[in-house]
Design a protein around this ligand. Structure first.
Ligand code: ADP
Ligand code: MG
Length: 320
């Protein structure tokens, strides 16, 4: 399809492979982008100190913590999405994430009593924000903010903005499943939709987008097996257990990768029927659902074109 060669630069950041694609060789720009990602990772991480989010968590139940603008804004946005009616997104899910340890050493199904105890300290309403002071206070001891579901989206958007400022008009950044694109090389960027629980390179189809983000979240990304069941890393804040429904994965197509990140988690909680209904109210968000029954359901397709590459799946849309 393309005559122009693509230059790819890669790194491992935020525990994920990071890929930057450019249309001219520019290692200095690649280093700049990777440093920017590292700078934000150091603000948001909850897996080591020091970080501003760790400072907030360590002061839980004791005192408010003043944080920098990007940290405050991201937490505010995450809190808003967490308190929407029936939201399955929850920025205060930290104590449960730490209890399950999914994707880390020692993952196993926790005792029901431990889950119940942690559920009591995951209320997003107990994340108290002060716009004027620029502080965040976790009202209950033991509370922990976890931005793992949205930090990559926020950072992908900042990389896009920085590339624009640097005069780059065509590029792609992939932050371990969060893809953000600039421009229209040869018509569109083509992004693969992974086949769940298959080889790393197996796809069910491809998505063509222009100036859009594509965020994929799947139960196959991080999970462990116990008692003949798969336990994956997207937790239901209402029960404390992994979200259970007909879905294997959701891809969200939107302008901002931050919205894509929030909506993959929301749609995971809603499932296909409710998800399709919710997307009818949101012209700016599109999605592709992939189910355990090998159905692929497309929303309005305003912002993407889908091409099926695996005919063991059946493709329908939200109106079917
Ligand atoms: P990935 O890391 O594969 O991109 P996601 O973007 O779906 O996955 O984010 C999953 C991470 O988000 C988990 O590892 C955990 O840190 C956090 N998390 C899990 N459940 C929730 C939830 N219901 N709301 C917000 N964050 C969550
Ligand atoms: Mg996410």
């Amino acid at each position: 399809m393309s005559d122009n060669p693509v230059w790819s630069y890669s790194a491992v950041l935020m525990g994920s492979p990071v890929l930057l694609k450019l249309f001219s060789p520019n290692p200095a720009l690649a280093s700049r982008v990777f440093s920017l990602i590292k700078k934000y990772e150091d603000l948001f991480t909850v897996n080591r100190t020091p970080s501003q989010v760790m400072d907030i968590n360590l002061a839980a139940g004791r005192h408010p913590v003043h944080v920098s603008r990007p940290v405050y804004e991201l937490i505010k946005c995450a809190r808003d999405a967490s308190v929407w009616p029936n939201s399955t997104f929850n920025l205060a899910i930290g104590p449960l994430v730490k209890l399950w340890r999914i994707g880390f050493q020692g993952d196993r199904v926790p005792a029901a009593s431990d889950i119940a105890a942690r559920l009591r300290i995951t209320r997003p309403q107990d994340v108290v924000l002060d716009d004027v002071a620029g502080t965040v206070f976790l009202a209950q001891p033991g509370m922990e903010i976890d931005l793992g579901a949205i930090a990559k989206g926020f950072i992908a958007d900042r990389v896009r903005d920085d590339l624009h400022q640097q005069g780059v008009s065509e590029a792609l950044i992939n932050l371990g499943g969060n893809v953000q694109t600039l421009g229209t090389p040869h018509g569109a960027w083509t992004i693969g939709v992974k086949k769940p629980f298959a080889g790393a390179d197996a796809l069910v189809g491809t998505i063509d987008v222009v100036n859009k983000s594509v965020v994929t979240s799947g139960t196959y990304e991080r999970y462990f097996e116990q008692d003949g069941k798969r336990w994956h890393h997207i937790l239901d804040p209402r029960t404390g257990y992994p979200l259970e429904n007909e879905l294997d994965s959701v891809a969200v197509i939107s302008s901002d990768s931050l919205d894509g990140d929030i909506w993959t988690t929301l749609l995971f909680g809603m499932g296909v029927e409710q998800g399709c209904a919710a997307l009818r109210q949101r012209e700016d968000i599109d999605a592709i659902f992939v189910t355990k029954n090998r159905d692929i359901i497309l929303s309005s397709q305003r912002q993407f074109r889908f091409t099926q590459t695996d005919d063991s799946y059946r493709v329908t849309d939200c109106t079917a």
